[in-house]
Ligand binder design. Structure first.
Ligand SMILES: [Zn+2]
Length: 452
C-alpha cells in the first residue's frame, strides 16, 4: 500500500549518507603552494597586547584580491547549484510520472519476474540509470568542468567518469537492498510502514557508515601506511593524549581526484583509523598537519559520527511522517494522471523522490547549521589538542581556495556546512590571545618549520 514511502526513505538515506560523510570529514582543501608562515603575526603573539580581531584581519588580508574573487565566485556558484540541482531533479521526477515512463518501468519489472523483491530491485535499477542519464549534463558541469575551471580537479574525463559509474553501481546495489526492505515493509505493514521504514532506513545508514571505511572508500582510493616518523609520531602522540588508540596513520591518494586537502579519523569497534590525504602532506607544514589532525580527532573524541546518526535519525523519522501525509495527498490529486494510486506501487517512486528532495532542500540551512556547529566544536577541540593557532589560521586560508572567506552572517547561516574562514581564524586568534604565556616558548620553532 505505502510502497512509495519507501522510495522516499531511500532517497533520504542516500542524501543523509552523502551529507553525513561531508559532515564527519571536515574537508580542508588547498590548491595554493604553501606560503611561508607569517612572520608578522607570529611575532605579534609575543606582544602582551595581542588583538584577536586585528590578527584575524591581518590573516584575511594575506589573500590577494584576485584569489579572493575567484574563491567567492566558486563558492557563491555553489548556492545556485543547490537550487539548480533541486529544480532539475524535480523536473525529471515529474517527467517520469507525467509521461508514464515510471509506469512502464514498473510494467517491465513485473513482466520479468513475479517475485516482488526482485521487481523492486529491477525498477530501482531502471530508475537510477534513467535519472542519472537525465541529470548527467548538470552533473558533468558541476563535478568535472567547473572543478577543473577552478583548479580543484586533477582527473581526466575517463577516470572521472569511471568513478561516477562506480558510484552509480554502489547506489544501485546498496540502494536496491534498502528499497527491497522498504517495499517489503510497506506490503506487510500498510498502516505503520512509515515508522518501520524510518527505522529500517536508520539501520541502513548506520550499516553503510560502518562498512564505508573498510569496503567503500578503498574502491575509490588507495590507503597506505605513513612511514615518515617526523609526521607520524607527533600525530600518534596527539592521538594517545586524546584517548585514540591508533597505531598507524594512513595516507589516502586523494590527489588522483582533487587538489583539496582533507583528513579524518574514523572507525567503530576497535577499527580506529587516522587518515590524512596526500595533498595535506604535500602542501602543509607539520604544524598545519597537527592543527588539522587535532580538529579531526575532535570529531572522533566527541562522537560526532554517532551524534550525526541521531540527528539524521530524527530528520528521517520526521521525513517519513512528511512522506506519508504528502504522498497520500498527491496521489489522491494526481494519481489518475500518473497511473499510480498507492504507496506500495513501484511506479510512484518518483513522487517519493520528489518529496524527499523537497524535504531536504527546505532543510538545507538546518542541516548546514548542525554540521557547522560540530565543525566549530572540532575547531575548538583541535586548538586545545594541537595548540597551533597560527598553523590553524594558515590552513583556514588554504580552505579559501574553495570556500568564501568572509561571508555575511545570514549567508553563513544558510549555506555554510563549515564555519567561514573569518570565524575559524578569529576563534584561533582568540585562543592564541588567551594562551600567549603558554605559547611563548614554542612560537619560534613552530613558525619556521619546513613545509611538507
Ligand atoms: Zn571537520
Amino acid at each position: 500500500m505505502h510502497r512509495r514511502m519507501m522510495f522516499l526513505v531511500f532517497f533520504a538515506a542516500l542524501l543523509a549518507m552523502s551529507t553525513s560523510a561531508v559532515l564527519v570529514r571536515g574537508q580542508v582543501p588547498t590548491t595554493a603552494a604553501p606560503q611561508a608562515p607569517t612572520g608578522l603575526i607570529a611575532t605579534t603573539s609575543a606582544s602582551e597586547h595581542f588583538d584577536p580581531a586585528a590578527a584575524t584581519n591581518a590573516y584575511l588580508a594575506k589573500v590577494p584580491p584576485d584569489k579572493r574573487a575567484k574563491s567567492d565566485a566558486y563558492f557563491e556558484g555553489g548556492y545556485w547549484l543547490i537550487l539548480w540541482n533541486f529544480l532539475l531533479s524535480a523536473v525529471v521526477f515529474l517527467l517520469l510520472l507525467a509521461t508514464g515512463w515510471s509506469a512502464r518501468m514498473r510494467g517491465l519489472a513485473e513482466r520479468i519476474t513475479r517475485f516482488k523483491p526482485i521487481q523492486t530491485f529491477l525498477y530501482w535499477t531502471q530508475f537510477m540509470v534513467l535519472t542519472s542519464l537525465l541529470t548527467f549534463p548538470l552533473g558533468v558541469y558541476e563535478g568535472y568542468f567547473r572543478e577543473h575551471k577552478y583548479g580543484l580537479a586533477t582527473q581526466t574525463f575517463g577516470p572521472w567518469l569511471g568513478d561516477q559509474l562506480k558510484g552509480l553501481g554502489l547506489t544501485v546495489v546498496l540502494g536496491g537492498l534498502l528499497m527491497m526492505a522498504l517495499y517489503g515493509i510497506v506490503r506487510r505493514l500498510p498502516r505503520t510502514w512509515w515508522i518501520w521504514g524510518a527505522m529500517a532506513s536508520l539501520l541502513f545508514l548506520t550499516f553503510v557508515s560502518l562498512i564505508e571505511p573498510v569496503f567503500i572508500a578503498p574502491l575509490f582510493n588507495k590507503y597506505t601506511r605513513l612511514e615518515d616518523p617526523a609526521i607520524r609520531d607527533p600525530i600518534l602522540s596527539m592521538a594517545r593524549a586524546n584517548g585514540i588508540s591508533a597505531k598507524d596513520v594512513f595516507v589516502q591518494d586523494a590527489s588522483r581526484q582533487t587538489t583539496r586537502v582533507s583528513a579524518f579519523v574514523t572507525g567503530f569497534l576497535n577499527t580506529e583509523r587516522i587518515v590524512l590525504n596526500d595533498n595535506l602532506l604535500k602542501r602543509c607544514s607539520v604544524a598545519e598537519i597537527e592543527a588539522v589532525m587535532g580538529h579531526e580527532m575532535g570529531h572522533y573524541v566527541m562522537h560526532h559520527d554517532y551524534n550525526g546518526l541521531l540527528f539524521f535519525g530524527v530528520l528521517i523519522v520526521l521525513g517519513f511522517a512528511f512522506l506519508r501525509k504528502s504522498s497520500e495527498w498527491a496521489l489522491t490529486r494526481w494519481g489518475d494522471k500518473w497511473g499510480t494510486h498507492t504507496v506500495g506501487d513501484l511506479a510512484a517512486l518518483p513522487l517519493f523522490a520528489l518529496l524527499i528532495f523537497t524535504y531536504f532542500f527546505v532543510l538545507t540551512p538546518i542541516d548546514n547549521t548542525y554540521s557547522r556547529t560540530q565543525e566549530y566544536e572540532a575547531d575548538i577541540f583541535g586548538l586545545n589538542a594541537a595548540r597551533q593557532p597560527d598553523a590553524e589560521a594558515e590552513v583556514d586560508l588554504k580552505l579559501a581556495d574553495y570556500r568564501k572567506l568572509d561571508p555575511g552572517r545570514i549567508e553563513e547561516f544558510l549555506f555554510y556546512d563549515h564555519p567561514s574562514g573569518r570565524t575559524r581564524i578569529y576563534a584561533a586568534m582568540r585562543w592564541k590571545a588567551e594562551h600567549l604565556n603558554e605559547l611563548g616558548n614554542r612560537e619560534q620553532g613552530i613558525g619556521n618549520r619546513s613545509k611538507r
